[in-house]
Design a protein. Structure first.
Length: 239
């Protein structure tokens, strides 16, 4: 059917422009945004900000900014459907890059796939569905794992105090100190309540003393009291 021809015949579907319009949100810009930027909507103030793999709190995305806008004005953000642009490689998957860019370099935020050199089909995939407090392990720093493989919804279990930052203020865990599972090399154990600690994660010293009177010597020795292990990095869903 002809684009934008009205009135429609009964039973006709949406025009392409109408289909796209259903996937556009209008939201106040929390900072200056440029057309083509990837942006996200912050949970604690409802404003749009620049997505960026270079800043931990900004590694997330909700859509692509359609028009350049200054802070405080309304930003039009396309959250899905066909986005017209240029310079793409057809059939290539695009990810969030630095400073709001789309990039073919893999990161933890998938933006969409190019169906042509001028068309990006937006279908954002990011891991934010787990309940807050979920602890996972990731095999970071090995060949093939993207450099930016943890989104803004997750934080390393590194002993950090969640306080003072705008990203932390979105979290109900704001102000709490995360357990340093990684530096302490701690295992996880099931229990009725969380937070209990115990055990020893490092090699211990075992010894046997049969008594000097029996003619035996005292021979302390090193013994690893851990089961076989493979090191991975612990992260927690904190917002």
């Amino acid at each position: 059917m002809t684009e934008k021809a009205f009135p429609k015949v009964s039973g006709e579907g949406l025009y392409p422009s109408e289909a796209n319009s259903l996937q556009i949100v209008n939201v106040e810009a929390g900072e200056n945004l440029t057309a083509g930027n990837i942006a996200y909507i912050k949970k604690n103030d409802g404003k749009a900000y620049l997505s960026d793999t270079g800043t931990a709190g900004d590694i997330r995305a909700n859509g692509i900014v359609l028009d350049t806008v200054t802070s405080g004005n309304t930003a039009n953000i396309q959250t899905g459907g066909n986005y017209t642009t240029s310079g793409l490689t057809a059939a290539e998957v695009y990810y969030l890059g630095a400073s709001g860019a789309v990039s073919t370099t893999k990161s933890c935020i998938e933006i969409g796939v190019a169906t042509a050199t001028t068309n990006l089909y937006i279908k954002i995939v990011q891991d934010d569905s787990d309940p807050i407090g979920t602890i996972k392990h990731v095999a970071a720093n090995i060949t093939g794992v993207p450099t930016y493989n943890i989104s803004a919804f997750w934080h390393l279990m590194d002993g950090t105090v969640l306080t003072g930052g705008s990203a932390d203020a979105e979290s109900p865990l704001n102000g709490q100190t995360l357990r340093d599972l990684n530096a302490n090399h701690e295992f996880l154990r099931s229990a009725d309540t969380s937070g209990g600690t115990g055990g020893r994660a490092t090699s211990g010293t075992a010894s046997q003393d049969h008594g000097a009177e029996a003619g035996f010597s005292y021979q302390p020795g090193s013994e690893d009291n851990q089961p076989p292990f493979y090191d991975v990095v612990a992260i927690i869903k904190y917002k």
